[in-house]
Design a protein. Structure first.
Length: 107
C-alpha cells in the first residue's frame, strides 16, 4: 500500500508564507546558487526560527529559470522581517525584478 503524505492545516503548520520569485539566466545557475544561499544563511542568523527554502520551476523557458524563495517563521512574519528581506536582497544585488507575494492558511 502506498504511503500518503500529510496535509497540513493552520493548526499544524506555519500559516504565513512570504514567496519571492524571479528569473535567473540558466547559464548563470552555478553563479547565482551560492550567492542566494549565502543571502538566506545571513537571514537565518538574523532571525532564529526563520525557515527559508529555495525552489525552481522544473522547466527552462527562453534560457531563463524561475526561482522562488520562501520564508516563514513560527511566530509569523512581521513587517520588519519582510521589509528587511527586501532591503537585504537589494543590498546583495540579487536578481531583479523580484516579485513578492504573501500567503496565509485558508480559514
Amino acid at each position: 500500500m502506498a504511503r500518503l503524505g500529510k496535509i497540513l492545516n493552520r493548526d499544524a503548520s506555519v500559516a504565513d508564507v512570504l514567496c519571492v520569485y524571479y528569473k535567473v539566466d540558466a547559464a548563470r545557475h552555478a553563479d547565482w546558487l551560492p550567492h542566494v544561499q549565502q543571502f538566506q544563511f545571513a537571514l537565518l542568523a538574523r532571525w532564529p526560527g526563520l525557515v527559508c527554502e529555495l525552489l525552481q520551476r522544473p522547466e527552462v523557458v527562453a534560457g531563463a529559470e524561475t526561482w522562488m524563495e520562501t520564508y516563514r517563521h513560527a511566530d509569523g512574519l512581521n513587517a520588519e522581517m519582510t521589509d528587511a528581506i527586501a532591503q537585504a536582497a537589494a543590498a546583495a544585488a540579487l536578481p531583479v525584478p523580484r516579485h513578492t507575494e504573501r500567503f496565509v492558511a485558508l480559514r
